[in-house]
Design a protein around this ligand. Structure first.
Ligand SMILES: [Zn+2]
Length: 292
């Protein structure tokens, strides 16, 4: 079975000690491709370099939680980076961008300004978007209606069924991951069970959103236990979706991969993922050596 992790922060500091082993475990588990979204200008180069080193894909954008310390010059830097890497086949989206109305202390208007500006950059670059949505589905949809988008993903989707249908009607897929492994996540599990096959992509959001078997309570964390998610968990997370939908795991692998290739068309050129024949051809064509 082949899997695509459509959202993984493999460049995060949590992986500094063992990043190569984490990437190798993901490959061994059948996760043939990962999309690494940037969160601010400071990590643009890190996600790009890592995607090239590991045969993965990346996105460039400014995360809503990072808008507090970003400024207008950062939007110019994003525009420049999108221009500079326009011909890089591993750049597949603008993200992670969006709105977060859950975390206290964020300036909503500032978030909106960055969101709309980045939607325009994505539209003009012809790239899909990877959206962060937390209590913000309607605000995100408003921007999409106003500016338009070349499809993409509403990542870690947690809105209503009505909102889900509007996103998919606008050409976006909805990202599901570790949250649906929790019995108490009723709304997310209902969506994971009921949405049409064509609406769903899979993601880990690693190192965040651990599935229930990796989750550590506040007390455990205080005692020094870590709860770190990783991309190699994706197939096990997908078992939850197969159970919720009452379909074989193979069916989940097939529709989620097909959808990821549809909403992030740049992934198609990357073919069969790290180490595969397409990847080796691509590396040869780009003058990149080694298997990462
Ligand atoms: Zn993320």
């Amino acid at each position: 079975m082949r899997w695509i992790d459509t959202h993984c922060h493999l460049d995060a500091a949590e992986f500094d000690a063992d990043r190569a082993a984490v990437a190798a475990r993901a490959r061994a588990a059948g996760v043939a491709m990962q999309v690494l979204p940037a969160v601010e200008v400071a990590n643009f180069e890190a996600v790009r370099a890592l995607a090239h080193a590991e045969g993965l894909a990346y996105a460039l954008g400014i995360h809503p939680l990072c808008t507090g310390r970003a400024d207008d010059a950062d939007l110019d830097r994003l525009a420049e980076a999108l221009r500079a890497h326009r011909d890089d086949p591993r750049l597949v989206a603008v993200g992670e961008i969006g709105l977060d109305f859950f975390v206290p202390g964020l300036d909503a208007q500032r978030q909106e300004r960055f969101y709309l500006a980045q939607l325009k950059l994505a539209r003009d670059a012809g790239l899909p978007v990877i959206l962060h949505v937390r209590r913000s589905a309607d605000g995100l949809l408003k921007g999409l209606r106003r500016i338009g988008a070349h499809g993409g993903i509403a990542h870690a989707f947690n809105g209503s069924r009505e909102q889900a249908d509007v996103f998919t009607g606008m050409g976006l897929a909805l990202g599901f991951g570790g949250a649906m492994t929790f019995d108490r996540a009723l709304q997310i599990r209902r969506l994971a069970a009921d949405l049409p096959d064509t609406a769903i992509v899979l993601e880990t959001d690693a190192p965040d959103i651990p599935p229930h078997w990796l989750y550590r309570t506040a007390v455990q964390r205080e005692a020094g236990e870590r709860s770190r998610n990783e991309p190699g968990e994706l197939p096990q997370i997908a078992v939850s979706m197969a159970l919720l939908r009452g379909v074989p795991l193979q069916a989940v692998a097939e529709f989620s991969t097909r959808n990821a290739l549809r909403v992030l068309p740049g992934l198609r050129a990357l073919g069969d993922g790290p180490g595969g024949p397409d990847d080796q051809r691509l590396r040869g064509a780009m003058g990149v050596s080694g298997t990462g």
